[in-house]
Design a protein around this ligand. Sequence first.
Ligand code: NAI
Ligand code: ISE
Length: 336
Amino acid sequence: MSLKLGVIGTGAIGQDHIRRCSQALLGSQVVAVTDINLESAAKVVGDLGLGAEVYPDGRALIQAAEVEAVLVTSWGPSHEEFVLAAIAAGKPVFCEKPLAVTAAGCRRIVEAEIAHGKRLVQVGFMRPYDAGYQALKAVIDSGRIGEPLMLHCAHRNPRVGENYKTDMAITDTLIHELDVLRWLLADDYVSVQVLFPRKTSKALAHLRDPQIVLLETARGTRIDVEVFVNCQYGYDIQCEVVGESGIARLPEPSQVQLRSEAKLSNAILMDWKERFIAAYDVELQAFIDGVRAGQVGGPSAWDGFAAAVAADACIEAQNSGQIVRIELPQRPGFYA
Ligand code: NAI
Ligand code: ISE
């Protein structure tokens, strides 16, 4: 029997996840959708030829008897409410990043899940499922480059819309590094500072872009992440780990190498949908399989909370220009 999914939010990633759950992955069926724009939800159902019902809102969808598990793909500020409602209904929930827009919101989810007594939440941090990051982690864990001392990373988007604000460089964009680097190093952050280089003329007046985020981990590893969301040329994710005896780099996504017109070239992808297409497939298949086996795994509500604690400190550092401490409470045994 297929797992019956309800999807809240039929925008860019919602449509993408609906398509993959109903056409590409095994063992699930989208039976319910909703969006604050009900017309757009109905259009997605029609365009994808789904036999899904359109519910008036997220709460009604979560309560519906036919919905066995929930995907939350609406805007970040609405995530907390829907994840808490799914936990209250005892239904497994896959929530796109961020789990909630503040650490306090994530903490409420952690507490509700612990009170429920069993894991129900998987956060949509897909990078730990990316084959490149997994290969990089395998090299680090093998000891071949020794202990990691420094990481040089970049998160570049070609451009962003006018609703994108300076703090979203943290909550919407850097949040992926805040999760994946903690996983890569099996270490937690202890401090952060944010620097603003010369501003690009390609960014709108209200947005400070690019930014450099300097993180330090408990073991003393130093990380610099360039966040540059109007870089124009492509969607480019870089991660170089400098160890005691060698350097390991995140592999480039595989592309045909071209020798043509006196040039040797490789295309650069232009958006996240293509760059992480396989990772999204694997993370959602893991959610579906986990729910069907009665065992939700993957990035947990605690991981969502840990990233949000660091994100809150990054925003304080953006505003103050100072080095800000990152204090993550002790991880509860529930998430061991
Ligand atoms: P979007 O703006 O294209 O779509 C969001 C949809 O949610 C819109 O259709 C909007 O009407 C709907 N919505 C907002 N509030 C709602 C509510 N209270 N109830 C029902 N529907 C509601 O945004 P996009 O790019 O699809 O992003 C959605 C979420 O996915 C965000 O949290 C974003 O950070 C995350 N995301 C994750 C990515 C990843 O790489 N893992 C990539 C892109 C987005
Ligand atoms: C978007 O929401 C994502 O999650 C993408 O992965 C990220 O690169 C982009 O900056 C965000 O706006």
